[in-house]
Design a protein around this ligand. Structure first.
Ligand code: RTP
Ligand code: MG
Length: 156
């Protein structure tokens, strides 16, 4: 049942390479916060794909380190549905730097499972526009050969 005044949204969550071994606990935290995980897959990004995904950061000093990190192993991509999903998921993530997160929000995902300013366990889209772009990046509308995404989440 839908709470009056709530606003259901979608967002993209990524479990980054440093935290894939802890995916069980991260998924537990996501579900405990009331999200529905409506799509999920594990993928290995190529350098080209990682550069495309993070293209807004291409002029930043940390860009090449970020691309190397994000391609260092498999990641888990998930579509989350929930109340104000973009901001709710980013709150659950905590500050970008995991060391900061440990002092400011010790219950957060990045405090619990991340290491530092780059290896920070997980990603969340920063706006509804970013969520739409990033969800299409990982879960394109037409998926070609193989099973299609036909799961329906009607009461969430
Ligand atoms: P994300 O996009 O991964 O959810 O993280 P965010 O919005 O909190 O942070 P953003 O500024 O978008 O940075 C993207 C990712 O780049 C890495 N990073 N490294 N100074 C550094 O070495 C540095 N700064 C950022 C982090 O992995 C960050 O999440
Ligand atoms: Mg970001």
């Amino acid at each position: 049942a839908r709470k009056v005044g709530s606003k259901k949204e979608k967002t993209l969550a990524l479990i980054k390479p440093d935290a894939v071994t802890k995916m069980g606990l991260i998924i537990e935290a996501i579900l405990d916060s009331g999200f529905v995980i409506s799509k999920a897959k594990m993928v290995q990004l190529s350098r080209t794909e990682a550069m495309d995904f993070y293209n807004e950061h291409q002029s930043r000093s940390f860009f090449s380190d970020l691309v190397s990190f994000m391609t260092s192993g498999p990641i888990v991509a998930m579509e989350l549905i929930g109340n104000e999903a973009v901001t709710t998921w980013r709150k659950l993530l905590g500050p970008t730097n995991s060391s900061t997160a440990r002092s400011e929000l010790p219950q957060s995902i990045r405090a619990r499972f991340g290491t530092d300013g780059r290896k920070n366990a997980a990603h969340g889209s920063d706006s509804n526009a970013s969520a739409a772009r990033e969800l299409e990046f990982f879960f394109p509308s037409s998926t070609g050969y193989g099973p299609k995404n036909t799961a329906k989440f009607t009461d969430c």
